[in-house]
Design a protein around this ligand. Sequence first.
Ligand code: FPP
Ligand code: MG
Ligand code: MG
Length: 363
Amino acid sequence: EKEMAKFPEPFGLVKEELKPFSDSISELVSSDQPILSMAAKHFFEKRHGKRFRPTIVQLMAKAVAATTVTPPLDSPQLEKWESSGGSHFPTPVTPLNHKSSEVWRRQAQLGQIVEMIHVASLIHDDVLDEAETRRGGDAVHKLYSNKVAVLAGDYLLARASVLLARLENTAVVQIMATALESLVSGEIMQLKSPPESLVEIETYLRKSYYKTASLICYACRSVALLGGHCYGSEVATACEEYGFHMGLAYQIQDDILDFTGVASVLGKPALADMDLGLSTAPILYAAEEFDQLKPLIMRRFKNKGDKQLALEYLFKSPIAMQKAENLATFHADKAVEALGRLPESEARDALVRLTSVVITRKK
Ligand code: FPP
Ligand code: MG
Ligand code: MG
């Protein structure tokens, strides 16, 4: 952490860019149905959260502006590239002209889209998880009703789709639509995975990729595409890899905090995952030491006393929590490695620092 102090503070670096963010989202999600407007705006005004995703998108946009765009060599790729970004920006984007460019406008719009998708998924998630609090206040379904929460999430998703289409980049539309599909896959996997797979760390990681990392990694790839890079380019792949590993590190840390965090700091319930029948990294590592945990995991802690017993095993294990932390650190390091393939820039350094923020955060 101390070592990171030499890098720019990530949230500070994009503070100016994110200032108009909430105001303009609120405008974008206004509906002529007052209750939809209110429910949809809830998480953009007072309870705007960490803005972790839009911060990554902004920083990545800056980092991509420091790269050189090379048109693809083969003709089908070149055609696609010309029709979706590259060539409608005749002046090359540099860190100096980036903020006044059409490229930046679209990348900033993407940051809003990503936050809208994220908020839609949280509103629905709290219905699915029957969680009463979020971002330090009542969940939307508590303030209104399940019905309104479902519709408010749908509405945000619909608005996000309109904005996505306005980017006029079919590759980006396809990528972000796939991200939506992944979110749903992750949730259904979490709900319906067969019992034997619940003890596998691979299943846990795949689910975490779908429900969390996918949105971040597809957003990072889209930033590169909006910056004029073609689909399979080195830059687009490096961006995506950063998002992939950051997303996993983020979710693993989230799952650790479910055990070690305090609800009042988290702004949402703690110790909630086992109630939902979910086993995450700490419990899965504890089960490597204590075989007795496996049947509890497989029956999703549904018998009386299962949760208490599982917690006892977890705290009896000297290394389970440490192993979960190491897993988060592993992915944070991989994210830094991916950044090594982008040119040196202030924004890139801030993205490096963000990896350490993610794995040391307390909320
Ligand atoms: C939070 O996880 C939830 C997600 C990361 C994704 C939720 C996705 C859906 C509900 C699918 C529907 C998607 C859309 C776009 C409407 P968590 O419950 O582990 O975290 P928490 O502790 O913050 O509640
Ligand atoms: Mg959930
Ligand atoms: Mg939840």
